[in-house]
Design a protein around this ligand. Structure first.
Ligand code: C2E
Ligand code: MG
Ligand code: MG
Length: 321
């Protein structure tokens, strides 16, 4: 039943964990704990509000805990490194105009682990904010290094997780870090995904505005992969839209996809946004995007994400320009 409290009504969301008693020697307390573990696996929106405890739940928790413990060591031991994937613009010829910073975990035990594997886990345990701050710091150091060694500077974008917006200290650190670095805002960019955007509260939206006021461009990542893309661009003035890879991979197969891509590019332009296509892997895709005035291209067709040194080589020295 809904509970009325002061001026509003609360609808309780219930979930149950069940421990089936087969061994009576297990203490009541432990049975309760195990039922609790089962309960935590029930997610809001699931078909069922209850789950039975199984051994594998405990094993999964242990595994996550192990990785979680390894993460702190990994951060302390500098096992995370940042790769840079070039973005090119297409005004007549191909120009290197920026990069996206992508984190890699190079673990002595597991080898190179892709972020697709460890980021969802880090988002769950909240550790992601520390990694994002680390990536942000590395990017600033890299830009400073490029500046000092007379390289051409290009804007580099850092991915922010939706978890970052829940953590006020993290946001403050992020903003202070940029202010204190003296780095002009135009070289730092942030990519926010739709799912991050949809969970933003008003105060978080203010954070985005604050970043904006510092001259930092904000990109809406993976546009079109979720279900709230349009409300995101309606409610917040993102500067650049990143067309989800799913569109590009279907481009050649589907006339319908091509028409949607064209329409999105022209819609974005009409509201003053630029468009990046990500996941461009071949000439056909590239040519289609160029002919429909997509502003920037990112993908294996031009380059995979590169380590710092290799990326720096692409930035022509000022004096040789
Ligand atoms: P994303 O931000 O959409 O990044 C693009 C992903 O597409 C990268 O995967 C990139 O390596 C991959 N990619 C680039 N070009 C191509 C292509 O032509 N074809 C194909 N098939 N893939 C391409 P990656 O590096 O594995 O990152 C996966 C996701 O993990 C990223 O998606 C981003 O959401 C997240 N991520 C990566 N680094 C960070 C980080 O430092 N912080 C946070 N919060 N998230 C990160
Ligand atoms: Mg991104
Ligand atoms: Mg993306």
């Amino acid at each position: 039943q809904a509970i009325e409290y002061e001026i509003t009504e609360f609808v309780p969301v219930l979930s149950f964990g069940i421990y089936r008693i087969t061994d009576k020697s297990v203490s009541i307390r432990r049975m309760g704990d195990l039922a609790d573990i089962a309960k935590r696996t029930v997610k809001y929106g699931d078909d069922s509000v209850y789950t039975f405890y199984s051994e594998s739940m405990l094993e999964k928790m242990r595994e996550e805990k192990r990785i979680e413990n390894e993460m702190q060591t990994a951060l302390d031991m500098h096992e995370f490194s940042v790769f840079y994937q070039p973005k090119v613009s297409l005004d007549g010829k191909v120009n290197l105009t920026g990069a996206e910073a992508l984190v890699r975990w190079i673990s002595p035990i597991h080898g190179t682990v892709s972020p697709g594997l460890f980021i969802p886990m880090l988002e769950e345990n909240g550790f992601i904010s520390q990694v994002d701050l680390y990536v942000g710091t590395k990017v600033k150091e890299f830009l400073e290094h490029l500046y000092e060694t007379n390289h051409r500077l290009v804007p580099i974008s850092v991915n922010l997780s939706r978890m970052d917006f829940f953590d006020k200290k993290m946001i403050k650190k992020l903003l202070d870090g940029i202010r204190n670095s003296g780095m002009p805002g135009q070289f730092v960019r942030y990519e926010v995904t739709e799912s991050a955007y949809t969970t933003l509260a008003d105060s978080d939206n203010r954070t985005l505005s604050e970043l904006h006021n510092m001259g930092i461009s904000i990109l809406l990542d993976d546009f079109g992969s979720g279900y709230s893309s349009f409300s995101a661009i309606r409610e917040y003035k993102f500067d650049i839209l990143k067309l989800d890879m799913g569109f590009i991979s279907n481009l050649e197969k589907s006339e319908r996809t091509r028409l949607i891509i064209r329409s999105i590019i022209s819609m974005a332009h009409s509201i003053g946004m630029k468009v990046v296509a990500e996941g461009v892997e071949n000439k056909n895709q590239y040519e289609y995007l160029v002919s429909h005035e997509c502003d920037y291209i990112q993908g294996f067709y031009f380059s995979k994400p590169l380590p710092e040194k290799e990326f720096a080589k692409l930035l022509v020295k000022k004096d040789k320009q």
